[in-house]
Design a binder for this molecule. Structure first.
Ligand code: APR
Length: 315
């Protein structure tokens, strides 16, 4: 059975670890944080739910002790600061780039074959940073963002349609930012019925707009960024990798010509299996969607450039 390490035992990391325990596909979970005691305490608290929730996986919390993460199959990066009300994800780059670069290199030393899932924001840029700083092949570095944005899109679609979330199918591509994500309303459906035939243009536009600020809406309510859906989204992506399910996820991956873009990590649908990101799916986009995707890619690349300007990465 598999071993999964979660770095960062804050709201997102702890929720992610808890989701993995409940999903039961990993025998061992390690929760690592820089703050003394936090990961140990949260892991012990979760272990005390094992009999209640009937899981047999073991979770161990450690303070910066990477030896315990040895030979993980998947490493999830959630360390870093979350945004506060009024902040964009991009504004976190200054602090989070240093943290992410440091933790991914430490983790890779102990798990040379691991697949990395990046959650820390700005997620598209942190995924790119991980890929470049480690020199890992592109299939082994995947950002979680599209899956979360798509979950929010499905939530707002189901609300507007008055339909069950399990009947609704929508995906979000592009960057994981309030202005860079592209909820593909033209392709969304409710049990095979295109939602554009069920919603007025005004309703459809409203769903798209609410999805794009879905994270900011929660940040305003919570005073910090959300954790339940991010934790669950990462948990399902890791399941597809560990169980080699080969499910399609909207996720952040390196493009090398696909969608007319190169040298960036951005959200597109991809198959996740035992080798990580196994295949990028190229959707047929409308002209408007193509234009939005190109704009989104430019915005993500501009944020990536900060990594070079601040010499966190060198060309
Ligand atoms: N090594 C390990 N853990 C670290 C390090 C480090 N170098 N630096 C910070 N951390 C830990 C903090 O101690 C904290 O426990 O990362 C954790 C972050 O937790 P929260 O502050 O609760 O943030 P959270 O809401 O979990 O968000 C984490 O995910 O969704 C993104 O935007 C969000 O970038 C943010 C990240």
């Amino acid at each position: 059975m598999a071993k999964v390490t979660v770095i960062g035992a804050g709201n997102v990391g702890a929720t992610c670890a808890n989701a993995i325990l409940h999903m039961r596909y990993a025998s061992e979970v390690v929760l690592l944080d820089i703050k003394e005691g936090v990961s140990e305490g949260k892991a012990m608290d979760m272990m005390q739910t094992a009999k209640l929730y009937h899981f047999d996986s073991v979770i161990k919390g450690v303070t910066n002790h990477y030896k315990e993460t040895d030979n993980s199959d998947v490493v999830i990066i959630t360390s870093g600061i979350p945004r506060k009300p009024g902040m964009t994800r991009e504004e976190l780059i200054g602090v989070n780039a240093g943290i992410v670069k440091n933790v991914v290199n430490n983790a890779l030393e102990h798990s040379p074959n691991a697949i990395f899932i990046i959650i820390s924001n700005p997620m598209d840029t942190m995924t790119y940073l991980t890929l470049k700083a480690t020199g890992l092949p592109k299939n082994r570095v995947i950002g979680m963002g599209g899956m979360l944005d798509s979950s929010r899109f499905n939530y707002y679609l189901s609300q507007e349609l008055g339909a069950s979330q399990s009947d609704v199918e929508g995906i979000v591509i592009g960057g994981h930012g309030d202005t860079t994500m592209i909820p593909l309303i033209s392709k969304a459906s409710c049990k095979c019925i295109p939602v554009t035939s069920l919603l007025s243009e005004e309703q459809a536009n409203d769903v798209v707009a609410k999805t794009m600020v879905g994270g900011a809406t929660l940040t305003k309510l919570l005073g910090t960024s959300a954790w339940y859906a991010p934790g669950a989204a990462a948990g399902t992506m890791v399941q597809s990798i560990i169980m080699n399910e080969k499910k399609i996820f909207p996720c952040c991956t390196y493009l090398d010509g696909e969608y007319g873009q190169e040298d960036l990590c951005i959200g597109v649908p991809a198959i996740l299996g035992k080798d990580g990101c196994e295949k990028i799916i190229e959707l047929e986009l409308t002209e408007d969607e193509k234009e939005k995707f190109a704009k989104s890619a430019t915005a993500v690349k501009n944020t990536n450039n900060i990594l070079y300007e601040s010499q966190i990465l060198t060309r």
